[in-house]
Design a protein around this ligand. Structure first.
Ligand code: BYC
Length: 313
């Protein structure tokens, strides 16, 4: 047995025993790279995810709604920071990770390439997008890599509040005037299928799933999570009198799950390839914000250098 095989066996035994892997522990290079890939994409999603909602802060219909939305968008920035820090513990630099996003090389969730056209879209994003995000992130609280798992605990608490505030916006609109109800239904119609795409390709077409499940980075598959999300969300829609835009949707007594239609994977692939309705706009906005924040980074670095110099003197 080679030294590498012994190390790999010990590593897998640790994972199988539900022990966490910490930054200084030995880990296979592929485990490290897979985690950097997933955590950095996740961080980018949180940061780019601020844009569609940030677009409505100045137009929120009341002071209360504005305060809630501001807090939510700030939470997403915080999630991005925890996740960039978790990625750094695996040996990447934050500068490189962010450069990869800004140059268009790195992926982020497809969902943030759709526009928020009306106030109801803010409800739909909270209800469906944060709802899908928590479904996937609750399992990540038990992911095998310690820093990622710990970051997810706090993130999930906040996402749970985000989901509820979105659902409450939808409930109010759905019980309002006919025009408000129509606006809520229209938002649900537009966000439903893209929300299902958030869970990623089908299990059969998910290249990372086998290794990620073996290493307990992921604990439930893309299809499993998507199904749980559908089962819960369809019932939530019924409660507020909205209908899910899927003619094939039907409760199946035998499986105790909803049967449902087919995702348009060509749309998903197109959005992930950079050709969604807002991909270009999102990248322009992120690059602009990064450039405009250059002075803050320079000032922070100069302050840190001055402090170090004083300490050394
Ligand atoms: N969009 O083998 P697969 C949030 C990519 S943000 C774009 O199944 P994996 C929030 C995938 O990256 C929520 N790309 O991959 C923020 C891979 O590409 P590469 C974000 C997608 O990693 C603000 C390829 O397809 N949540 O909460 O095993 C406001 C093959 O896929 C997508 C997370 O990031 C997609 N939807 O599984 C509101 C959670 N799906 O790397 C809310 C953490 C797949 O080979 N991430 N791809 O080029 C995960 O759990 C997993 O990465 C995924 C995909 C389930 C998303």
């Amino acid at each position: 047995m080679t030294d590498l095989t012994i190390l790999e066996e010990r590593f897998q035994a640790k994972i199988d025993a539900e022990l966490k892997i910490e930054p200084k522990d030995w880990m296979p290079e592929k485990y490290r790279k897979n985690l950097i890939r997933q955590i950095s994409q996740h961080a980018h999603s949180e940061v780019v995810g601020m844009l569609p909602e940030g677009n409505w802060i100045t137009r929120a219909p009341s002071l209360r709604r504005k305060a809630i939305l501001l807090a939510k968008v700030q939470d997403e920035a915080g999630h991005g920071l925890y996740l960039y820090s978790a990625a750094e513990t695996l040996g990447t630099s934050r500068e490189q990770t962010i450069d990869d996003l800004l140059s268009g090389k790195a992926k982020y969730s497809s969902i943030f390439n759709y526009p928020t056209l009306t106030w109801a879209d803010i409800g739909a994003v909270g209800w469906l997008v944060d709802g899908a995000a928590i479904m996937n992130q609750v399992m990540l609280c038990r992911t095998s890599y310690g820093p990622y798992a710990r970051a997810m605990v706090r993130i999930c608490k906040e996402e749970s509040f985000h989901q509820r505030q979105g659902y409450e916006i939808m409930a109010v609109l759905a019980n309002g005037t006919p025009e408000q109800k129509e606006m809520a239904q229209d938002a649900l119609n537009r966000w439903w299928w893209p929300s299902l795409m958030m869970f990623g390709p089908t299990d059969a077409n998910s290249p990372h799933s086998a290794e990620s499940m073996k290493w307990k980075i992921k604990r439930q598959s893309n299809d499993e999570l998507r199904q749980i999300f559908i089962d819960r969300t369809v019932q939530q829609a019924e409660v507020i009198g909205l209908s899910v835009p899927d003619p094939a949707l039907k409760w199946n007594e035998a499986t105790q799950h909803y049967d449902w239609g087919t995702i348009d994977w060509s749309e998903f692939n197109n959005v992930v390839a950079g050709n969604g309705p807002c991909n270009k706009e999102r990248m322009v906005a992120r690059n602009k914000a990064h450039d405009e924040g250059a002075w803050v980074r320079e000032a922070a670095l100069a302050y840190a250098a001055k402090k170090l110099k004083r300490k050394a003197a």
